[in-house]
Design a protein around this ligand. Structure first.
Ligand code: DGT
Ligand code: CA
Ligand code: CA
Ligand code: ZN
Length: 578
């Protein structure tokens, strides 16, 4: 998707935040937020569109279209700059702290002159918030937790942002004559849930033109270091990119080395030493004679060390080396194995695209089945009603019939919903109404702070509901923004395994939930998984790959993932207990 759209969306979001902070009408601010999401999801580059064409984007009226035009021409817009002049940048950073809204952030600035997360931490330590109206003792505790989360996220970015940056670099550098090979390395290749810097490895006899192409990119705001083997830039978005160029005959050794993780590399270097070998980014050598043994491919390097090749998503020193030595590396689930998606939204609730458009896009992805699961009524702001969801079911059935007979690729449409798990574990509708859905995802969307015992009870009750098939984004965390809920995980896994309820691996790069670290223990407890996009736009459908990578990091095979199963087997799973 066009980068210009992301830039415009970010500025509109910032404007919406600043607007509320300065006492603006929150309803009007929501209009900007909504337009920002629509622009981010829009398939065409907004910087190339005329004023009238902009008006076709949902939620974009004349005033917002004018602002988009201003951004295209100048990089910003006047009203935003006015607000920026009023409020220090740090105050807006405060609003990123979970549990602190824009208004309370402004209150902290006006009343205590707090204008950064660091100052907030000090003020809490000094007890300055104790007498502040609207800030109880519990809110100091919550804010500290939020501050910690923010600090841990640091300057790391989400997987999709890193992947998009790497793709841009690889397109430009890969097109330079003499570039023989180019690939992502580092945490991006391993698909960690957040990325510190982007590592790209290229092969060429002469590195200079490749390095020059990188530093000449319009996205390169700053050259941090430049040399013949490694050049680092910082992008206009603040992300560091390290480009390393090696000679083609050491490609495999270099790719292995720069993919990491460091812990994985330490482990296999020890192994090499025990075999009287020496492993470096230049190859695997005989430790005594210094003679090169292998270096061209990763496969050769691992093989010569006496083990199977290890998929990058497993290289975290969590048992993969032992498995590879025994020839027991699992055949991990891949994007190609996925046959469908059980969690998606349309503009009947908070999705950006119509039912027809979502279905067309899903079909283009080659799915065998696809479920529409708009929000259920208890998420009040989505204004769902029984009538609306039943009317949607009719549309889904009619559209499903058309898909069967129009000669295109066959895809079975499922009608479902995303239920809300209430604090007591109940969901939006009674059994007889739930029975009408093909699939029900159930998720926690409120009361995130319940104590562990209650939260655990809540999940177990939802699992025991025979109409709940999948627990959506189970820990409800948002990476770097919202902490996971506190639940007894082994108890949850047992309940899922016992009741045949799948846990979702939500593919959205801001969620990646169930987080990969928890997936393997859940699998070992007998849980099955649904890799779902939870798509709210056409673009979100492309994020499936991050869910697959997360599942791989959790050691999952196709057998563990119900969305890789043929429809018949899936239907049997969905029909359980009825
Ligand atoms: P990040 O950037 O924090 O998301 O994580 P990584 O894993 O991409 O770390 P990074 O960028 O510092 O280094 C990329 C890979 O290169 C790393 O996974 C292993 C390898 N590497 C880089 N420097 C060293 C080093 O000094 N020692 C070792 N053992 N490995 C290194
Ligand atoms: Ca890195
Ligand atoms: Ca790096
Ligand atoms: Zn949800």
């Amino acid at each position: 998707m066009p980068q210009a759209n992301d830039a415009v969306a970010a500025l509109l979001d910032e404007y919406a935040d600043l607007f509320v902070m300065t006492g603006g009408d929150p309803f009007r601010a929501r209009v900007y937020g909504k337009a920002a999401r629509a622009i981010a999801a829009y398939p065409q580059d907004v910087s190339q569109l005329t004023g009238t064409a902009l008006l076709h984007i949902p939620g974009v009226g004349k005033s917002i279209a004018a602002k988009v035009g201003e951004v295209t021409a100048t990089g910003t817009f006047a009203e935003l700059e006015e607000l920026r002049a009023d409020i220090p940048d740090g105050v807006r950073r405060l609003t990123r702290i979970p549990a602190l809204g824009p208004r309370r952030a402004l209150q902290l600035y006006r009343e205590l002159q707090i204008s950064s997360p660091e100052q907030l931490r000090e003020a809490i330590a000094e007890g300055k918030l104790n007498d502040l109206k609207g800030f109880g003792s519990k809110s100091a505790e919550k804010l500290l937790r939020g501050l910690e989360l923010l600090a841990r996220a640091g300057d790391r970015v989400l997987l999709n942002e890193a992947a998009e940056t790497a793709a841009a670099v690889m397109t430009v550098v890969g097109a330079v004559p003499g570039c023989q090979r180019i690939a992502p390395a580092g945490s991006l290749r391993r698909a960690r849930e957040s990325i510190g810097d982007v590592d790209v490895l290229a092969a060429a006899a002469d590195s200079a033109p490749l390095m020059a192409a990188l530093t000449a990119m319009p996205e390169a705001a700053e050259v941090i270091a430049s040399g013949p083997t490694k050049t680092s830039i910082r992008t206009t978005a603040g992300l560091q990119v390290d480009l390393r160029v090696v000679s083609l005959d050491v490609w495999g050794a270099a790719l292995q080395y720069f993919t990491g993780s460091q812990a994985h590399n330490v482990r296999i270097r020890e192994l090499a030493v025990r075999r009287k070998l020496k492993l470096s980014e230049y190859g695997l050598f005989d430790a005594e004679t210094g003679e090169l043994i292998v270096s061209r491919t990763e496969e050769e390097v691992y093989q010569r060390l006496g083990m199977q090749w290890i998929p990058p998503t497993l290289r975290e020193d969590t048992g993969e080396v032992t498995a590879a030595l025994k020839g027991a590396v699992p055949v991990l689930v891949t994007l190609d194995d996925v046959r469908g998606d059980l969690h998606s939204h349309t503009n009947l609730t908070d999705g950006q695209a119509s039912l027809q458009d979502m279905v067309t896009a899903a079909r283009e992805r080659g799915y065998e089945y696809y479920a529409i699961t708009d929000h259920a009524p208890n998420l009040v702001m989505q204004r769902m009603t029984d009538e609306k969801i039943l009317a949607q079911r009719e549309q889904v059935r009619a559209l499903g019939d058309r898909l069967k007979s129009d000669g295109g690729r066959p895809m079975v449409l499922l009608h479902g919903t995303e239920l809300n798990i209430a604090p007591d574990g109940s969901v939006d509708w009674p059994a007889d109404f739930l029975a009408g859905f093909d699939v029900c995802v159930a998720s926690v969307h409120s009361h995130f702070d319940q104590p562990r015992a209650e939260m655990t009870r809540r999940f177990i009750t939802a699992c025991e509901n025979p109409y709940v098939h999948v627990i959506g984004h189970p820990l409800t965390r948002k990476i770097g923004r919202r902490p996971p809920v506190d639940v007894d995980l082994p108890e949850l896994y047992r309940a899922c395994a016992r009741t045949g309820t799948a846990l979702e691996v939500n593919a959205h790069p801001a969620r990646l939930d169930l987080p990969s670290a928890h997936i393997k223990p859940a699998r070992d407890a007998g849980v099955k998984f649904a890799i779902d996009t939870d798509a709210h736009s056409l673009r979100d459908l492309t994020y499936l790959q991050y869910g697959v990578a997360t599942a791989q990091r959790g050691w999952l095979t196709p057998e563990d993932v119900i969305t890789t199963w043929p429809l018949e087997r899936l239907t049997e799973f969905l029909g359980r207990g009825r």
